[in-house]
Design a protein around this ligand. Structure first.
Ligand code: SAH
Length: 219
């Protein structure tokens, strides 16, 4: 066991169990999702100085003006993506800390995740390697273009907020596939799920959420 995995109180099973209880109280019911949230070590996806708050149900800063999503949001989006049929391949736009990608990596065969900030890409890659998540591929690119060589995807999860979902992402969504995204302006967005039925996209609004904006270009 790695030295990071044990010892300190905030990583204790009891602390994580408390988070899972919170998520249940807030309406998360998918056992598969709750089981994964219990085991993925969120404290290793934030700066050490914030580790003591890693199992609180809050978003936290990860540098570069970005945040790691609130656990409830991660659970809600994951649940909405894998409900009924579990997708085999998932594209995530907005790797950030890599936490959401790691959660997905425990549930589906293959995860492709895109991040526009190179420093975050390097950190996320390192974390995937450390956790032995070899089914998560992290790429430094602008998510507005999706990941053309790897699509179409059974699931797409956007974890930064666009004003509108880019057409290119819909183009990379497989038949029957689902795309989950926070859509709208800076201060608050609708969490929307689209399901592809032929040329049609069925649209459902699931919740209200607050995400950092989706921005074009890389840095
Ligand atoms: N899923 C992340 C949280 C995402 S925060 C986690 O679990 O930690 C949103 C991330 O989206 C930020 O890191 C931001 O840099 C990234 N982002 C914003 N616009 C993007 C774009 N066009 N392409 C790729 N990544 C983008």
């Amino acid at each position: 066991m790695s030295v990071l995995m044990h010892g300190i109180g905030m990583t204790s099973q009891r602390t994580r169990e408390r988070l899972v209880t919170r998520l249940r109280e807030k309406g998360i019911s998918d056992r598969r999702v709750l089981d994964v949230m219990r085991v993925v070590p969120r404290h290793l996806f934030v700066d050490e100085a914030l580790a003591s708050r890693a199992y609180d149900d809050v978003s936290l800063p990860i540098g570069y003006g970005q945040t790691i999503s609130q656990p409830w949001v991660v659970a809600r989006m994951t649940e909405a993506l894998i409900e009924q049929e579990r997708p085999a391949s998932v594209l995530e736009v907005g790797t950030g800390s890599g936490y959401q990608a790691a959660v997905l990596g425990c549930l589906v065969e293959q995860v492709f995740t895109l991040e526009r900030i190179s420093a975050l890409v390097a950190l996320a890659r390192e974390r995937m390697r450390r956790f032995g998540l070899y089914n998560v591929r992290v790429r430094h690119a602008d998510g507005y273009n999706g990941w053309a060589g790897q699509g179409p995807f059974d699931g797409i999860m956007v974890t930064a907020a666009p004003e509108d979902v880019p057409d290119e992402l819909f183009a990379q969504l497989a038949e029957g596939g689902r795309l989950i995204a926070p859509v709208g302006p800076r201060d608050a967005q609708d969490l929307v799920r689209y399901t592809r039925r032929g040329d049609q996209l069925q649209r459902e609004v699931l919740d209200r959420v607050v995400f950092v904006p989706m921005l074009g270009g890389t840095r």
